[in-house]
Design a protein around this ligand. Structure first.
Ligand code: AMP
Ligand code: MG
Length: 502
């Protein structure tokens, strides 16, 4: 097989004229393949061997477009840190097209860092090796944890310098997504008052992501509800592994429910609900505990954008009724989120069965646990992981995380054990179940930086490959991955700042 192996079927380019600008990637002076995701390539029906080496480098750097690709820059708008930008769009990205994967799912294949487009505004359209490999590490880490996410298929160095706070080697990321439809895509057409295009976009989104709603009379509201459901699940999963996205602008929230855009993201170490790492998030808008609130806020913006389609006509009564129905969906979000969060927490607590009567008690039990982690600055990941050992009767590793085993921990453990005993079950099975949902390994920030620095500054991809190997088996405690389970020294975490990859 050759680079022509992508079996493209480009519905976006074919069906949505006026939603994008056809555009070509910039030429890269010296392409070099830095990363290829073989597992994902196979999932897409591609021959990874044929993509390795020079052919892959030329393809993934944007120099040799695969047959059937129809590169386009997509239009979108978005609220960034609460302020509305009516025109953002693919300023440094291009959608090459769509491929049906081995499971029959339609997947977007897109470049990021492939040069200027009509949406670039002041930007150079480029990306650095470090930020693109960060998408690889954190994205693959999130994927291995079972959380929906866009994924990196490849990263190619361009051989060009990119100018940021300092000079970086340039790179192009090839990203795979269920689609690149965002809340901001709807906002773009709604803000222009282009109702026909807005309707066309809803029809496209429903056909692609919620085909069972195609004939539903209230499919606009149905789509909003589905997006709310997917985002409730997604953000609950983030929260249960301590993931902080860092820049939940409406242009970075997908309709598909996948995590997208690994810029100033980070995994929390010592548990702190106020944790934030982004250098530009001064007010903590996108701090850990704000994520579900921001998701709801973003959904409200989606609802606003869709409103012109929900009201049957422009009469005051029709609009009021549409607002009421959309508000109902938005108001249901906190409940959906809380239920998803509690489901995940129960699994992490080793609770196998629950009735609605248990909700209040279990929520309080999980809350007290998190309060304990917070009060004693316990590493979020290891705290949960060592709780699984305690379920097995081995309390020592957990106590060690708390230093002098405070009485508060003992009191909480007694409460938890009483709840577990009440539902019965085998201790070993309970512990095994907990270890299936509470990882031992997450992308540790200091190791992410170390791997990116080696790749970007010295062209050494070994640390990245070693880290990927560990991240791919997050629930197993393998001696050779022990380094990846260790939190950063407190002093490092205290100063840790992440930056937008721009
Ligand atoms: P992001 O922060 O990556 O989600 O990007 C937000 C917006 O800024 C999008 O419209 C991007 O296309 C645009 N953008 C980010 N970086 C660049 C760049 N280097 N050149 C041009 N546009 C960019
Ligand atoms: Mg973005």
């Amino acid at each position: 097989m050759t680079t022509t192996a992508f079996r493209f079927d480009n519905t976006y380019a074919r069906e949505l004229q006026g939603f994008f600008v056809p555009w070509k990637p910039a030429a890269a002076p010296a392409p070099q393949l830095l990363y290829l995701n073989r597992e994902l390539a196979a999932e897409l029906g591609l021959d990874a061997a044929a993509l390795d080496g020079e052919a892959g480098a030329a393809l993934f750097a944007g120099n040799a477009l695969p047959e059937g690709a129809e590169p386009i820059a997509q239009a979108y708008a978005g609220h960034q840190f609460g302020g509305f930008s009516p025109q953002l769009g693919d300023g440094r990205a291009l959608l090459l097209g769509e491929v049906i994967d081995r499971l029959g799912r339609r997947r977007d294949i897109a470049f990021k860092g492939s040069g200027r487009t009509p949406f670039s505004r002041g930007g150079d359209g480029k990306a650095g090796v470090g930020p693109m490999l960060r998408e690889v590490l954190v994205g693959e880490g999130v994927h291995a944890l079972g959380i929906p996410t866009t994924r990196a298929l490849a990263v190619a160095g361009t051989g060009e310098s990119v100018f940021r706070e300092r000079v970086l080697p340039g790179a192009v990321l090839t990203r795979v997504a269920l689609s690149h439809l965002r809340v901001g895509t709807f906002q773009f057409f709604s803000a222009r008052g282009d109702i026909d295009k807005l309707r066309q976009l809803v029809d496209y989104a429903v056909a692609r992501h919620d085909p069972d709603l195609v004939d539903a009379p209230d499919r606009v509201l149905g789509l909003l509800r589905r997006v709310a459901e997917r985002q409730a699940l997604l953000v609950a999963q983030w929260m249960n592994v301590g993931f902080i996205h860092g820049v939940m602008n409406t242009d970075n929230m997908t309709i598909s429910g996948e995590t997208i855009d690994y810029g100033p993201c980070a995994f929390m170490e010592a548990y702190d609900p106020d944790a934030k790492f982004s250098s530009i998030d001064h007010g903590g808008r996108y701090a850990y505990s704000n994520q579900p609130l921001i998701a709801r806020w973003n959904l409200a913006r989606l609802a606003e954008a869709l409103l012109p389609l929900m009201a049957g006509d422009e009469s005051e009564a029709a609009i009021a009724e549409a607002v009421a129905r959309a508000t109902e969906v938005i108001d249901a979000f906190p409940g959906l989120y809380a239920a998803a969060l509690l489901r995940g927490q129960r699994a992490k607590l080793g609770l196998l069965s629950a009735t609605p009567a248990d909700d209040e008690g279990d929520t309080a039990l999980a809350g007290s646990w998190l309060d304990l982690l917070h009060a004693h600055a316990v590493d979020f990941t290891l705290g949960w992981r060592r709780l699984a050992d305690a379920a097995d009767g081995n309390d020592a590793p957990l106590r060690a995380l708390f230093g002098d085993a405070p009485e508060a921990l003992e009191a909480w453990l007694a409460r938890w054990r009483a709840r577990c005993a009440a539902e019965g079950g085998d201790a070993a099975a309970r512990a095994a179940g907990m270890r299936r949902v509470s990882p031992w390994i997450i992308p540790r920030n200091h190791l992410v930086e170390e791997a990116l620095e080696a790749a970007s500054d010295r062209g050494d991809l070994q640390p990245l490959q070693r880290m990927l190997a560990a991240l791919q088996r997050p629930f197993e405690e393998l001696a050779e991955h022990a380094r990846h389970a260790e939190p950063a020294p407190q002093a490092v975490t205290a100063c840790y700042r992440t930056f937008c990859g721009t």
